[in-house]
Design a protein around this ligand. Structure first.
Ligand code: GLV
Length: 313
């Protein structure tokens, strides 16, 4: 690829000021302009060579932007629904996201097997009510997505003595998963799962993937979603919780964020809600990933963090 020169960097991430400070301290030749959704002007995309963002939609067509760097691992909100311009490179930040999400998943799974919430309630009520915790060891985690995040989650469940089944497009064996099934087998595979963990990017192929059909195959499964709300059909989840096919749900991501106050999820028994915190990217990680990709682009090399906009990851 031809080398590109980047001077003007438009930053629309929520932590834009901190990112601009991080970049300026390391590359004084970069001119960073921080904008929010409300301060972004029509001339900003005409000024910028590069955009650093998580979700704010910026019209790329007709702009001077040749590179977009995502401060997150998921690029669905940047890709949007319009065709991605061929001349614009898209890169992303992965950082320690997998390790963080893995601790989140294991932490919530253990909170359930150890009945931590129940014992908190009992303590507050001054109630002595023994219920034997069950072991996480020996249970099966079915993880949708066998990329860096899914693999990190599998590693932690494996370390605790669980079986891990990955679900991917190809179904090809991928360490550290004990088995990998192709996505076509998801509905059959789900009956084996104690934990159904969503860790795949949101693309046109994964949108609504976990819906009525897949959830109908669950047999007392706990669903953990650290991917994107769009992978999981909320109405189907509520029905599956109602029938007991799904016995619990740990949800960190939602179709609309913040989760609206009138969402029934807030009040549904067995649902744990967290505000999109399972895999927060730190400013230094986003900054380092940007600078690494910049070095590649400036020397005409394809950055390893590049995303295929057609595939969506
Ligand atoms: C978080 O949601 C990310 O995509 O990094």
């Amino acid at each position: 690829m031809p080398a590109i020169r980047i001077r003007h960097v438009l930053i629309t991430d929520d932590r834009g000021d901190a990112l601009a400070t991080y970049l300026a301290a390391r590359r004084s030749d970069l001119d960073c302009r921080v904008r929010t959704a409300s301060t972004l002007t029509e001339s900003d995309p005409q000024w910028a060579d590069a955009l650093v963002a998580f979700a704010t939609p910026v019209a790329l067509k007709g702009s001077s932007i040749r590179w977009v760097h995502s401060t997150g691992a998921g690029v669905d909100a940047l890709l949007g629904t319009t065709r991605w311009p061929d001349q614009v490179t898209l890169t992303r930040t992965t950082g320690a996201l997998g390790a963080r999400m893995a601790e989140y998943c294991v932490g919530h799974a253990l909170a359930m097997t150890q009945r931590i919430r129940q014992f908190h309630r009992d303590q507050r009520a001054g109630r002595w009510a023994p219920i034997e915790p069950v072991m996480l060891k020996g249970t099966t985690a079915l993880i949708i997505g066998t990329g860096s995040v899914g693999s990190a989650i599998a590693t932690q469940f494996d370390a605790l003595g669980c079986s891990t089944i990955g679900v991917s497009r190809s179904g090809l064996p991928t360490p550290p998963f004990n088995h990998v099934h192709p996505v076509e087998r998801l509905t059959n595979s789900v009956s084996e799962a104690h934990w159904l963990i969503l860790a795949a990017p949101l693309t046109h192929e994964t949108r609504g993937l976990v819906g009525v059909t897949v959830l109908a195959g669950c047999q007392g499964t706990v669903v953990i979603n650290v991917a994107r709300g769009g992978l999981l059909d909320t109405t189907a989840l509520l029905d599956a919780l109602d029938t007991g096919r799904v016995t619990g749900a740990v949800l960190d991501v939602f179709d609309t964020e913040p989760l609206p106050a009138d969402s029934p999820l807030w009040r549904t028994q067995g649902v744990v809600i967290t505000p999109h915190v399972a895999g927060v990217t730190h400013v230094e990680e986003a900054g380092t990933a940007f600078l690494t990709a910049l070095t590649h682009l400036e020397s005409g090399r394809w950055p390893p963090s590049a995303v295929d906009p057609n595939r969506g990851y």
